[in-house]
Design a protein around this ligand. Structure first.
Ligand code: FEO
Length: 174
């Protein structure tokens, strides 16, 4: 059985992963409005992945005999100034999530909870990928500046990211 402090921190992270899904669904809707279906597709796939992350925390809490406690999910923004600003916000969010995961790992070490520390290893690696994939698109958007041509080319490229559900939900995310 893990400590109350650890359990509370894991439940808070479960909430943050659900908020991440909410945020990316909001960004998807923003891109739908702009007619950028590829960007919207990428964001929806990202949101699905976040549900998978939340599910990993959910399952782990029960594997350790804990209790999931769902809190209110913060309302995400509805609009961004530009696609570039939306991706800047996504990048900042992923950096924040990485920081939270690192704090969780530090807490697990402090608590000598080596099972939780091992569980978090997957997330530490995943966050490197999460930040890198957003940064890659952000860099392209910076390069595109206001060029509609580059934006549409990028939109086409992002339309190829496929959905992973329902298999993803069964596995708790990839
Ligand atoms: Fe669940 Fe994008 O971090």
């Amino acid at each position: 059985m893990m400590s109350e402090k650890m359990l509370k921190a894991l439940n808070e992270q479960l909430n943050r992963e659900l908020y991440s899904a909410y945020l990316y669904f909001a960004m998807a809707a923003y891109f739908e409005d702009l007619g950028l279906e590829g960007f919207a597709n990428w964001m929806k796939a990202q949101a699905e992945e976040e549900i998978g992350h939340a599910l990993r925390f959910y399952n782990y809490i029960y594997d350790r005999n804990g209790r999931v406690e769902l809190e209110e999910i913060q309302k995400p923004p509805k609009e961004w100034e530009s696609p570039l600003k939306a991706f800047e916000a996504a990048y900042e969010h992923e950096k924040f999530i990485s920081k939270c995961i690192h704090e969780l790992a530090a807490l697990a070490e402090e608590e000598k909870d080596y099972s939780t520390r091992a569980f978090l290893e997957w997330f530490i690696n995943e966050q490197v990928e999460e930040e890198a994939s957003v940064k890659k698109i952000l860099d392209k958007l910076k390069f595109a500046k206001d060029s509609p041509q580059v934006l549409f080319m990028l939109d086409k490229e992002l339309s190829t990211r496929g959905p992973k559900l329902p298999g993803l939900l069964m596995q708790g995310g990839e």
